[in-house]
Ligand binder design. Structure first.
Ligand SMILES: [Zn+2]
Length: 455
């Protein structure tokens, strides 16, 4: 049934797109998707992103016109007075026809879509306070729009229309949750000044060839409906995510929660052991990464999150998993296990590895290994780049009862932890003048500098 309906909409839409484009390039209609109509500038209240007062509200009110429907009259765009700049005669939209469960699923979906931004989604009318209003009800002809249009919004490129009313014709869309959510997101964002994007995973798209569940993507994408074109403003590409983030600011991040369910912390493990991970997110877990001694050894993109650890040298192992949601918010969990015996010297490890505090880790001969030059932690397998006046080197954590560093390195106390540092000797014959890369390292710098002056 749903397939048949979409096919019908596509057919109607294709005809209408052609007709609309021939009539006026900036105003167009499309299948079950959001059109926008250039707003009459005398009838809207604009705020530019970045101006001192960029918008008058951060609330989108989803209005199902429950009860007797919505009566909308032509006028300035006002969600408080129920007047709309893009209609030419008074219209009546019938109430949302789906079930309570469908309505709640649509509200949740729109909330998830806008979750990265400081934008509140509600289905209770904030009037008389300012708000953006997304009407989710009725059919296009009820407010004089052409059949085949899934939604419509007033639009001024790169500008937000305060108190704008946008329309998603849910009865016409058949109350399909993903399609309705997609259209609401697109229409409401048109009123924030966003154009159509040729990026299938983004709600600003027309493209129907991928998952209908769309999220604003942090990606420069060409504008366009079915073919790339220049954006109506702001150059050749648009980044919907960056635009909304700049305009509204960030929402409260909701990273996934993640735990290693097996093995247990401190466990003795066998060669080629298995790591099992629980990861959940309010939106979606995009992937889970596994690192052993800071080296990425596996990525899982779907449940169950189970890893076969590749054959690695015996010794202590720090096992860390990091779960990312679809907005790249992340959370990590880690344990330590011992495979075989902790190494005591580098000859216990594989070639090119060195023994640090019982762990076999990539040594100075390996790119990003211990003691390699670096400018920041991303270049180091350990993720840790230490700085001194004599150079910057990849480091590994040592000490704290875990044992020492390989030859040529000393275990240097930086204040909150200790790291293997080239040429450092604990007996005071230190060749390091200063160490700094973070607040804690800066502290170490001061301590070392003071120590040197006293000598
Ligand atoms: Zn649109």
């Amino acid at each position: 049934m749903a397939m048949k309906l979409h096919w019908r909409l596509q057919l109607l839409g294709a005809t209408l797109v052609a007709a609309a484009l021939a009539w006026a390039p900036a105003a167009h209609a499309e299948p079950a998707r959001g059109s926008y109509l250039p707003a009459d500038l005398s009838r809207v209240h604009l705020r530019s992103p970045g101006s001192a007062e960029s918008h008058s509200s951060n609330i989108i009110y989803l209005n199902g016109c429950f009860g007797s429907g919505c009566d909308i009259t032509p006028g300035d765009d006002s969600s408080i007075d129920n007047t709309s700049s893009i209609i030419t005669s008074t219209g009546h939209l019938d109430a949302f026809t789906g079930s309570d469960e469908e309505w709640q699923a649509i509200v949740d979906c729109v909330r998830d879509t806008y979750a990265p931004f400081d934008i509140i989604i509600t289905d209770e009318d904030p009037s008389p306070a300012d708000h953006f209003e997304a009407i989710v009800a009725g059919s296009p002809e009820q407010i004089g729009m052409p059949m085949g249009v899934g939604g419509v919004a007033p639009y001024v490129c790169g500008e937000t229309i305060n108190n704008a009313i946008t329309y998603t014709f849910s009865t016409f869309i058949g109350n399909d949750i993903a399609q309705t959510c997609w259209t609401i997101a697109q229409e409401s964002a048109h009123a924030f000044g966003l154009d159509h994007e040729l990026l299938c995973s983004d709600p600003m798209t027309y493209l129907n060839s991928c998952d209908p569940l769309k999220r604003f993507q942090n990606q420069d994408a060409p504008c366009g409906e079915y073919q790339a074109r220049a954006c109506q403003c702001n150059g050749p590409k648009q980044n919907s995510y960056a635009y909304l983030l700049e305009h509204f600011g960030a929402g409260i991040p909701t990273p996934p929660s993640v735990a290693i369910t097996s093995p247990a912390d401190g466990a003795q493990v066998e060669l080629g052991f298995i790591v099992r991970v629980d990861a959940v997110d309010d939106l979606r877990v995009d992937r889970v990464e596994l690192r052993v001694n800071h080296q990425l050894v596996g990525t899982a993109e779907s449940e169950p999150f189970i890893f076969n650890v590749p054959e690695l040298s015996d010794g202590r192992m720090q096992v860390e998993v990091t779960a990312f949601d679809n907005y790249d918010y992340s959370a990590s969990a880690s344990i330590e296990v011992v495979q075989g015996e902790p190494c005591r010297k580098s000859s216990n490890c594989a070639s090119l590895e060195v023994c640090v505090a019982g762990r076999c880790v990539p040594g100075p001969e390996v790119e990003g290994g211990l003691g390699q030059s670096c400018t920041d932690g991303l270049q180091c397998i350990s993720g840790d780049c230490g700085h001194s006046s004599e150079g910057s080197y990849c480091t590994e954590t040592c000490g704290q009862g875990l044992g020492g560093c390989p030859s040529g390195f000393g275990c240097l106390d930086t204040g909150d932890r200790s790291v293997c540092w080239p040429g450092y000797k604990q007996d005071g014959g230190c060749s390091v003048a200063s160490v700094a890369s973070s607040a804690n390292w800066l502290l170490a710098l001061l301590m070392l500098a003071l120590a040197r002056r006293r000598r």
